[in-house]
Design a protein. Structure first.
Lengths: 313, 290
């Protein structure tokens, strides 16, 4: 197990180097100029000399590989550079935005689990009957709804029509509800389907027939045998969603003006603020590898077969 | 508590039900295919059905609510929302379609080569695919499209950079399993060249799954492209594109909600049709396999 974790951490380093190199390469291909954007954002039309001096200052004139290794060296020392827009240290900026994204992620995942697990189990037990058909129809349509439109509709009905929540985000608990719902509804749609499939899969297993023939009660079969096994694929999915949400749900965050990682990176993309984009890409790859690792470790604890295999070996 | 699930009935009955199920699935597939084809034909010729010019301004009837003349209302510039929705259908579909053909061709080619030859090229390629899969696709597409600059072509490139990977993965694993079959050894023994083996014997075994996968992706691709348009990274105003229309409507949410609601509904309807098509095509393939 220890060796396995070490292996995965090594893989983390490879993925990070690969991904950051790739994004660095993409930034060199772009036609727009960060130095120019720097002046334009302050409302100044720069002269050619000023542009040249700023390019020199930001190190934009250095060769591509030198810039990449300079950046990588900084990251190892814990220095992610400064934002090209407001000269703020990216580490400070990032740490200021992170709690907002963490709150939104936590609240969304909690809601998704609370709603979709019982619902998924329920429609699996009553599969191919009216509640099942109805829920599946809604879920199918829900899967086809674009995220940006979902956010706007939630905002329109709950914020504009019913006036339940503030339309302009203030960062407090009240403003959390609408972004959370906008993120959670599409996820609930896919999770409920997945839970249903996983539970049905387990219910059709031979061991269920065995349990029934031994006179084990239906409730006990469901809660003690089916659910623990059905959880494994779901935990897998939760790990992936966690990664996606921690990356900041770009669209929802920017629609609700939720000041997290996602809206930060959308702003940075618009301003060609490359150091921030780089930092974000780094964060994404760390999250991805770590959440995968977490999923694998949880399998180890949830699936006795894996543990037995290891002791036998 | 209700009985969880009935055990399947005896063999004979199961067979009979299986046949019936196959027929039902096939009928369902053809019905949805017909709807999808009609939709595409309609979308491609939408200009003839639109009652108004989708991009002509008419300030006299700006921000009108839905009425008999403008059944989905009008926008800020007095353009008929219904006509704009109709004319936006073709663009959404054809962008997604062209992109998927392109992406699945590249992915399948790379995947088949990896699966057939294996070795170092395969290992490097699959690690590269792993790296690309590290990103949630919309975020990656937003970043790349943002860096390349706004435009339909750039948006398609940005989405394409990630989406070929799943085709490559599937083509690779299918190829690797077909490669070990006896008929490939037979073909090689009879002197068939490597390109011939790949094209004549491996490709036909890979293609059906790839087609199913591509069909199932149409809906999702339309969604991703419209999200990029919504963020101002793909189609640009005044183009009658659904994402652009919803984006333009944001400022009028309180005064003219119809500008936001109808293009979104059109998008949902389109994606539902293509998701149904993908699912039912998969079901048909599954019953054939059995």
């Amino acid at each position: 197990m220890k060796r396995y974790i070490a292996q995965r951490l090594l893989q983390l380093i490879i993925v990070i180097i690969g991904v950051t190199f790739l994004t660095f390469f993409v930034t060199t291909l772009t036609p727009s100029d960060a130095a120019e954007m720097h002046f334009l954002s302050m409302g100044i039309l720069p002269s050619e000399e000023e542009l040249e001096a700023t390019r020199e200052k930001f190190g934009l004139n250095d060769p591509f590989l030198l810039r990449y290794f300079n950046w990588l060296g900084g990251v190892i020392r814990g220095d992610f550079g400064q934002s090209l827009m407001d000269q703020e240290s990216i580490m400070t900026k990032f740490l200021r935005k992170l709690p907002m994204t963490l709150i939104l992620t936590g609240a969304t995942l909690l809601l998704v689990v609370i709603v979709s697990f019982p619902l998924g189990v329920f429609i699996a037990v009553y599969s191919n009957r009216l509640p099942d058909y109805l829920t599946r129809l809604i879920m199918f349509i829900g899967n086809a709804v674009p995220g940006f439109w979902m956010s706007l509709m939630v905002m329109y009905f709950l914020g504009v029509q019913l006036k339940l929540f503030p339309i302009i985000g203030r960062g407090d608990a009240e403003s959390l509800v609408m972004p959370m719902l906008s993120l959670a509804i599409p996820m609930i749609c896919s999770y409920t389907r997945q839970v249903r499939t996983a539970v049905l899969e387990e219910l059709s297993g031979d061991y269920i027939v065995g349990l029934r023939s031994r006179g084990v009660g239906e409730g006990r079969i469901l809660f003690a045998h089916v659910l623990p096994n059905a959880m494994i694929p779901i935990v897998n999915m939760l790990g992936l969603s966690l990664g996606g949400l921690l990356g900041g749900s770009t669209i929802v965050e920017s629609i609700y003006n939720w000041k997290g990682i996602g809206s930060m990176v959308v702003g940075a993309i618009g301003n060609r603020d490359y150091p921030i984009i780089q930092c974000y890409v780094l964060w994404m790859s760390v999250i991805y590898v770590l959440s995968n690792l977490l999923v694998d470790i949880s399998h180890y604890f949830m699936d006795p077969q894996l543990r037995i295999r290891e002791t036998v070996r | 508590m209700a009985k969880l699930k009935q055990a399947p009935a005896g063999g004979e009955i199961r067979l009979k039900r299986g046949l019936q199920r196959g027929t039902v699935i096939r009928i369902k597939f053809y019905a949805i295919l017909t709807i999808a084809i009609l939709f595409v034909l309609f979308a491609m010729n939408a200009e003839h059905f639109a009652p108004y010019d989708p991009i002509a301004n008419d300030y006299a009837c700006s921000l009108q609510p839905p009425s008999a003349e403008h059944i989905c209302g009008t926008d800020k510039l007095g353009r008929d929302v219904y006509s704009r929705i109709l004319c936006g259908a073709g663009g959404s579909f054809s962008m997604a379609f062209v992109m998927l053909i392109f992406v699945s061709t590249i992915g399948t080619t790379i995947g088949m080569l990896c699966g057939y030859f294996g070795g170092r090229f395969d290992v490097i390629m699959m690690r590269f695919v792993d790296v690309l899969l590290a990103f949630p696709d919309t975020v990656f597409a937003i970043a790349v499209a943002g860096m390349l600059g706004p435009g339909v072509l750039n948006a398609v490139i940005a989405l394409g950079l990630l989406s070929w990977t799943s085709f490559a993965r599937m083509a690779r694993s299918l190829t690797a399993s077909v490669r070990e079959k006896d008929f490939i050894a037979q073909a090689r023994f009879n002197g068939a060249s490597t390109p011939r083996i790949i094209l004549k014997y491996i490709f036909p075994n890979v293609a059906p799954q790839i087609i199913v996968m591509a069909t199932m992706r149409i809906g999702g691709t339309i969604l991703s492209l419209s999200s990029l348009s919504f963020l101002g990274l793909a189609s640009q105003p005044p183009a009658p594109e659904w994402g652009v229309m919803v984006s333009e409507s944001k400022a009028y949410m309180q005064t003219a909600p119809w500008m936001m609601i109808y293009p979104g509904l059109a998008l949902v309807l389109t994606v539902v049709i293509f998701n149904l098509l993908g699912d039912s095509l998969r079901d048909v393939m599954d019953t054939k396999k059995q």
